[in-house]
Ligand binder design. Sequence first.
Ligand SMILES: [Fe+2]
Ligand SMILES: [Fe+2]
Length: 173
Amino acid sequence: MPLEKTLGLIRRLCHDAGIDGGGLLVDFSGTASGIVEQGDNDMIITWSNTLSVGHESIDQEHKHVLDTMARIYLVELDKKSDEEVIQLFGELIDLIVDHFHSEETVMRANRYPDADDHSKLHGEFFSRITSILYLLETGSDRVAGELIRCVEDWASHHILVHDKKFIDFISGA
Ligand SMILES: [Fe+2]
Ligand SMILES: [Fe+2]
């Protein structure tokens, strides 16, 4: 998918999801120094049972998102096909929008008290994904490294802390 088309898709998805993705994409250009290079030996995290939050469909959605990020990482490391990376980003964004929507629906249906804060974290994660796409657009060699950091942060902070917390709440644990 051509990059312009992908960016258009992102803006539409952001709009549908109520996220200011377009603005965040532009804002990122001033904050690229926050990204740290990774060494050659770093590997991207993939889904395993240690990341289970105890909710079957949400676990499956996390797995799909992480699998897709790992695919992007591997294709990007190959440095052969920007087209394929961009297409995978389109798939990733679809998965993320659907996933956040399903979590937010479950939270609100169960009157989870921290739903608003949780939704804000989803917006921040989404902006991080669009910022990686920005790196790709500008031909940066930081895409793979930033993907690793993004997955690490999302798995260890968001899935295992924030998602686990709301699942425990709705299941009465
Ligand atoms: Fe999640
Ligand atoms: Fe979440």
